[in-house]
Structure formats: C-alpha cells, structure tokens
Design a protein around this ligand. Sequence first.
Ligand SMILES: [Zn+2]
Length: 373
Amino acid sequence: MFKSVLVLGHFRGIRIEVHVSWLIIFTLLLVTMSAGLQHHYPDWSVTASVLTALITALVFFSSIVAHELGHSLVAIRRGVPVKSITLFIFGGVAQMTADTQRANDEFWIAIAGPLVSFALALIFGLLSLLTVNWYEPIPVALGWLALINLVVAIFNLVPGFPLDGGRVFRALVWKFTGDARKGIEAAVAGGRLVAYTLFALGLWNILFVGNLIGGLWIMLIAWFLFNMAQSQGRMYDLRERMSGVLARDLADPQVPVVAPDTPIDDWIHRQVLPTGQRSFLVGDTDHALGLVTISDARKVPQEQWPETPVADVMTPADQLAHVTAGASAEDILHLMSERNLNQIPVMERGRVSGWIDRNQLLRTINLHMEVKR
Ligand SMILES: [Zn+2]
C-alpha cells in the first residue's frame, strides 16, 4: 500500500516523519537555490552550488524540526502529550493529542517554536560572521540559514491560526478575558485576516507585478492558511465544548446482543432488519465473545447464511477495538474515524457496559455545540 509519510525516527517518544508533499517543496527549494547561487556566484563550480544548496536545504529542514521540537518539548513538560512531528509542503506541524488546560501553558508552548527559530537565526548569523574569510560557500550558506530562520520566526508570530502567533494571541486573549473560547474566536478571526491579506498580495503580484508563479504560490498558501484557521478553530471549539464528556456519558446501556450459535440468516432477519442495528455483540455483556457486523455477514455467500453461525464470522473479543468508561469524547471520535468504525463497545475486563454509535455520538456533539453557548 502507498504510504504518504516516511518515518525518520523517534525522539523522546515523538515520531518524526516526512509527508510526500514535502518532497515538492524540497525539490523546489533545491532547484531555486542552486540556480540562485550560480547566478550570484558565477565563479563557483556547478558541483559547489548544488552541494551547497543541498546541505543548506537539509540544515534548513532540520531547523524546522528543531522549531517543532521546541513546541513539543515544552508541551510534554507541561503535560500535553505530543504524538508526532510532520514535515509537509507548508512547513512542519507537531501533533498534540490534547488541548492545553491553562492560558499560560498555551502561551509557552506556542512561543517556544519561534524562540528556537530566533536562537537559530542568531547562531547561524554569528557563525557566518566568524567564517567570513573561509571557503565562500560556508559563510554564504550560514548567512542564508540565519535569514530564513529569522523569516520563519517572524512569520510564525503573525497573530492568527494556524500560525504560532495565533496560539500566542489565543493565550493572551484567554488570559485577559478569562474565557478560553474568546481566545479561540480571536485567533480564528486573526487567521482569516492573514489569509485575506496574503490572497490580496498574491493577486497584486499577478495583476500588477506580472509575477504569475509567485502570485499563485502566495494565493495557494493563503487558501491553505484560511482552511487551517477554520478547521483549527473548529477543533479547538469541539475540544472546549466536549471537555469533560466521557464514554460513560455517551454510551447507550442497551447493548444489542446475539447468541454465538445463531445462524447468520436468523440474525439478519430476526434482529438486524427489525431493529436497524448494523452490529451486535456476540455472547453476553458479562462475557463478550466478539462483535459481528453486516459486513462480516457478507464475507460468506448468502446461500450459506442458514447454516453458518455468527461466531464464525465475528471479530473475536481480543481483536476488538473498544474504549473504557473514562475515555474522552475526543479520543473516542478519533479512534472511530481512524479505524473507520461505526460502533464501539465500552468495555472493561471483558465486561461490556455500553455501546457507542458514531451517528449518535455526532448528534450528541452537535447537541453540546448548541446548548453550551
Ligand atoms: Zn511553530
């Protein structure tokens, strides 16, 4: 199967990976930088230009990883778990599995990345000054790295989602109003403003500067930022509204059950069709043997349904995805969408206490969205 990410390694439990789209930006950077170096330093050999571009690009992307590690390590220290760091076409992103509970945590996690980039800019800048009389590609590359890290630091401080500045802005509004949701709204609004501004800048480049490719690229980034601002806002909003809602609040205690020796045919006609339930627990709630769904039934030809017991096609209990009563709504939703599940049992030591249906869960979430204004 085609995989869209390449795992580079692990650091303190954080998976560091590269998304395929990153190859586009890497190639683009490599080509433009090699060409730029050849243009500005005609006395360099082609090999020197290409090698300098390659090494510089790799160090630049390591700087992006360092920036994301800045966020991640502060997050971990403040109790927010980080799953992965992914490099993709528009930069890097650290995947945190929970939201911060305090404005201060949000502030320090958000600011840590730009601070790392500023520090790197300073270090590369100093090194380029110290090596100014060395073999020319060295101070040139170091100077470029100082500049690009400075640009990354400053651009990320723009106060709108999905940029770090958006999270800093959110934290500050949160801190001063005492209202986490006001912070989210402010950061989404900031993000939209940034996207509109960039969009206008791209259009201006195309119409008045004649820079078609550059303009389109800026507009593409604007579009990406706009979507990210929206979805980040929605995600934060959902987390905020669903915080404290657990599996035990969401589960339906009426668990549909089928005996293991029931033939598929009987199960379909006596239980599935009359109730509209697509999946059933096999065994009983005190001792679950497995779970059977309509798609399991379709694994055997319909002629064999009368003599095949559901136990033959079910997913056995030990391979069953389940959640505990204390699992958060967000984790449940995440697990269900990740594994493409429509129903999930709430299970503790083989005992099933309830049943969560994806549609029901989404309806409950919407209800929470409407009630908690
Ligand atoms: Zn960042």
